[in-house]
Design a protein around this ligand. Structure first.
Ligand code: GEK
Length: 242
């Protein structure tokens, strides 16, 4: 059972850094839907992009899988033989909950759930890789090596879907987009207190970067085509093709 997100509903004397613990896991589907503009649209397009780019006898990775929304989207898009899905997260609470959820999920595509830090993974040959709002939680110094490892193991014309919170280069635009985003959260039922306490909890935990920084790093990792395919306020998703 998942519930309504009230994690930051009560005033907290001291706000701890945000963690993907049991409390967050229990309300995660509601939290992400009300906090990430366009989340459902991105998930359904992960199925479409999988269908277009998946290749036979390759793995598909859902990196930072949480409760497996992208995993299920990938499985719906696989239309070729010999594929497996590898869903990875370093939160024990998320992985335990995902394993329980998958018990009720019947699919011909094997799904392997792995409790691991994605920066420590050895990747198999892959055609579809998804980092749906995960890279932003990785230490920026480790992001380049991780993307290079993913790209190295990706077959030609394979893809990475990289969704992130976006940092605008120009301060006025950045502040304006953040303001619009806070209005989006309030429209979705969060109070000023919830918005402000969560923002504090995410400081130094979620580190957004500009499109230019992402693009430069993805090209350096070995991708040949890097484009934004979705954006809403300060959230966006990149399609990188090898
Ligand atoms: C979705 N993709 O629903 N290694 C593995 N997992 C990690 C790491 C790491 N180093 N760091 C963070 N995570 C999902 C949503 S949520 C996004 C992804 C959000 C995991 C973390 O435990 C969490 O489950 C996930 O990345 C980020 O499509 O909450 O904004």
């Amino acid at each position: 059972m998942t519930g309504f997100d009230e994690v930051y509903g009560e005033r907290q004397k001291q706000i701890k850094s945000f963690e993907f613990d049991e409390k967050v896991t229990a309300v995660f589907p509601d939290m992400i839907k009300r906090s990430v503009p366009g989340y459902n649209l991105i998930i359904s397009n992960i199925s479409m992009l999988t269908e277009k780019f998946v290749q036979p006898y390759t793995a598909c990775y859902d990196l930072g899988c949480s409760l497996g929304a992208s995993t299920l989207a990938i499985s719906e898009g696989i239309n070729v033989d010999g594929c497996e899905i590898i869903a990875v997260d370093n939160s024990e609470a998320m992985i335990n909950s995902l394993k329980t959820r998958l018990k009720g999920f019947k699919s011909e595509i094997p799904v392997h759930v792995v409790h691991e830090d994605i920066t420590r993974l050895d990747f198999k040959k892959s055609s579809v890789n998804v980092l749906n709002f995960t890279l932003q939680f990785i230490n920026p110094e480790k992001r380049g090596d991780l993307l290079k490892k993913i790209c190295d193991s990706t077959v030609q014309n394979g893809i990475l879907v990289l969704s992130e919170k976006l940092q605008f280069g120009e301060e006025n635009s950045n502040n304006h987009q953040i303001d619009l985003y806070h209005s989006f959260k309030k429209y979705n039922g969060y109070s000023d207190l919830e918005v402000s306490q969560k923002r504090t909890a995410l400081e130094n935990v979620l580190i957004p970067e500009s499109f230019e920084t992402h693009k430069k790093r993805l090209l350096a990792a070995g991708y040949s085509k890097v484009d934004i395919w979705f954006q809403c306020f300060n959230f966006f998703s990149i399609l990188a093709i090898k």
